[in-house]
Design a protein around this ligand. Structure first.
Ligand code: COA
Length: 261
């Protein structure tokens, strides 16, 4: 497959990963999912990258789901890797040490919605549409949609979305907590996502990593275990250079210069 199906660019400590199959509304074929995984790994391993933005090429789609043309010849004995690889990509994004912002610039359907949900923060343009339309193909979400959607928006709303397969507009996604912010245009979205990414890139990296881990734990672990974990990582950040710098900068009324150590 051509490497062009996903683009990768780094500037100001921000890696932008762009799904680039606009003629297919950035549908996620097997090769694209693999390429995304490789590029997220590249971003994770590059110390100069502090934040990742995931978006789609063009003005119409973030990703209109898994590539349906790859479904025709599949049955239960051959389809498993498709779901497992999609889930592995989402789990990888979620477990990365760096914040990942989904800049949703149009359709985020099926796997597109599922990947966006694995990101830390979702910003959307007003033309964005979210949904899990798998039911209309006689199937169900397989990249983690039945698991992450209810955690984000509540079980009742998630059931309605998954059972109907309906698309919702950006303002409705904002109302139910599926996105953090909506921008008037795709250009404004790209600018807004970059502005947030640049701000986060300046924050202390170890504290961001441990805060992300603790927040993620709160989603899946019992309260007691999550709270214990928070105490452990709260202690850990007190051994960082950035903690000394942050406290000293506050006490001396100056801007902190974090080194992510
Ligand atoms: N897989 C493969 N191809 C897809 C695709 C997908 N998930 N989504 C869109 N495409 C292709 C279309 O087949 C079409 O290809 P063509 O030009 O060769 O005919 C092209 O992308 C443009 O899509 P089109 O349907 O013509 O655009 P539209 O504006 O009329 O409709 C959608 C947009 C998103 C509503 C519609 O494409 C759609 O419903 N896509 C499938 C969404 C889905 O079910 N996703 C979950 C999959 S599990």
């Amino acid at each position: 497959m051509s490497e062009e199906s996903v683009l990768y660019e780094v500037s100001d400590g921000v890696a932008t990963i762009t799904i680039n199959r606009p003629k297919r509304l950035n549908a996620l074929n097997v090769a694209t999912v693999q390429r995304l995984r490789d590029l997220f790994q590249k971003a994770e391993q590059d110390d100069s990258v502090r934040v990742v933005i995931l978006t789609g090429a063009g003005e119409k789609a973030f990703a209109a789901g898994a590539d349906i043309t790859e479904f025709q010849d599949k049955d239960s004995s051959t389809v498993r890797p498709l779901a497992e690889n999609g889930q592995a990509l989402c789990t990888y994004i979620e477990s990365m040490s760096k914040p990942v912002i989904a800049a949703v610039n149009g359709y985020a359907l099926g796997g597109g919605c599922e990947i966006a949900m694995a990101c830390d923060i979702r910003y959307a343009s007003a033309n964005a549409r979210f949904g899990q339309p798998e039911i209309n193909l006689g199937i169900i979400p397989g990249f983690g949609g039945t698991v992450r959607l209810p955690r984000l928006v509540g079980l009742g709303v998630a059931k309605e979305l998954v059972y109907t397969g309906d698309q919702i507009k950006a303002d409705e996604a904002l109302r139910i907590g599926l996105v953090n912010k909506v921008f008037d245009s795709v250009d404004a979205l790209r600018e807004g996502a970059m502005e947030l990414a640049r701000r986060l890139a300046k924050k202390p990296g170890v504290a961001i990593k441990l805060a992300k881990r603790s927040l993620n734990n709160s989603w899946v672990l019992p309260l007691k275990d999550s709270l214990e974990f928070e105490v452990d990582v709260f202690c850990e950040v007190f051994d960082t250079e950035d903690m000394r710098e942050g406290v000293d900068a506050f006490l001396n009324r100056r801007e902190p210069q974090f080194k992510h150590k």
